[in-house]
Ligand binder design. Structure first.
Ligand SMILES: [Zn+2]
Length: 252
């Protein structure tokens, strides 16, 4: 803090256009968690803030407070994930990641491992060119786990068998179980053995190696269905950006 200014790093999760040339930004920062700030003149041609105020830009931000609001005074981009911006499918998925992250993070709570997780996912999509169909469920599951919604996946939640037979995920109760151990009251979707292995990987693997594996398309589809159903059931909401991503996938 120097002369009333704060310097932090931040990733733009959402941009809202306001009157005239300003933007209101929702930003994920390491120390302050999720914040809202006003970027005055950011929509003006040749604004020095323009690049840093785009959705999914990661920048060093200089902020000051006036009244109830934080304002952006200077910004220096660190990573724009340029590879995302020329590919509508990857950009759509990354936008969903931003909306999902916004929904599970709070204000005045340090972002912890969530910010690095999201940055790594954007890097995997935009720089490393990883398969979006793989990055999506792995990111969803790991984000849910970091946000207090970790499913119990080490064994069958009913009989305790370490390798459940014909494994399923109960997306309401958040437990893996054998198909025969299904109980009422939840909502179970199939996982397959390959899908269960991948789900465990998504939950427990070293963050730097999260996306360093492949999965056969049928198992990947099953994992994706289980993961998406889990997100929707646990958070009890839908995501406009997810619907858009799926509409683009359907066109290809
Ligand atoms: Zn069982």
């Amino acid at each position: 803090m120097q002369s009333g200014k704060t310097v932090t790093y931040g990733l733009i999760l959402r941009e809202t256009e306001t009157k005239e040339t300003d933007k209101i930004l929702t930003v994920l920062t390491p120390d302050m968690g999720k914040i809202s700030l006003v970027a005055r003149g950011a929509r003006r041609k040749n604004s020095p803030l323009a690049a840093s105020c785009q959705l999914l830009a990661y920048s060093e931000l200089t902020l000051y407070r006036r009244g109830a609001w934080l304002y952006l005074s200077e910004a220096s981009t660190v990573e724009l994930f340029g590879g995302l911006r020329g590919d509508i499918e990857r950009l759509a998925l990354a936008s969903y990641f931003a909306e999902l992250t916004e929904s599970v993070t709070g204000e005045d709570q340090p972002a912890g491992e969530v910010l690095p997780l999201l940055l790594n996912a954007l890097y995997a999509l935009g720089v490393l060119g990883k398969d979006p169909a793989l990055v999506k469920p792995v990111f969803e599951l790991r984000l849910m786990a970091l946000s207090g919604f970790e499913p119990l996946a080490e064994c069958c939640g009913v009989c305790g068998r370490s390798e459940p037979e014909s494994p399923m995920l109960d997306v309401v109760q958040g437990t893996v179980h054998c198909a025969a151990c299904r109980r009422g009251g939840g909502l179970s979707v199939p996982l397959t053995e390959g899908g269960l292995t991948a789900l465990r990987r998504a939950l427990y693997a070293d963050p730097k190696r999260l996306y360093a594996f492949t999965l056969e398309p049928p198992a990947l589809r099953t994992l994706d269905h289980a993961s998406e159903s889990f997100v929707t059931a646990q958070l009890e909401r839908s995501f406009r950006t997810l619907d858009y991503y799926k509409s683009i996938r359907a066109e290809h």
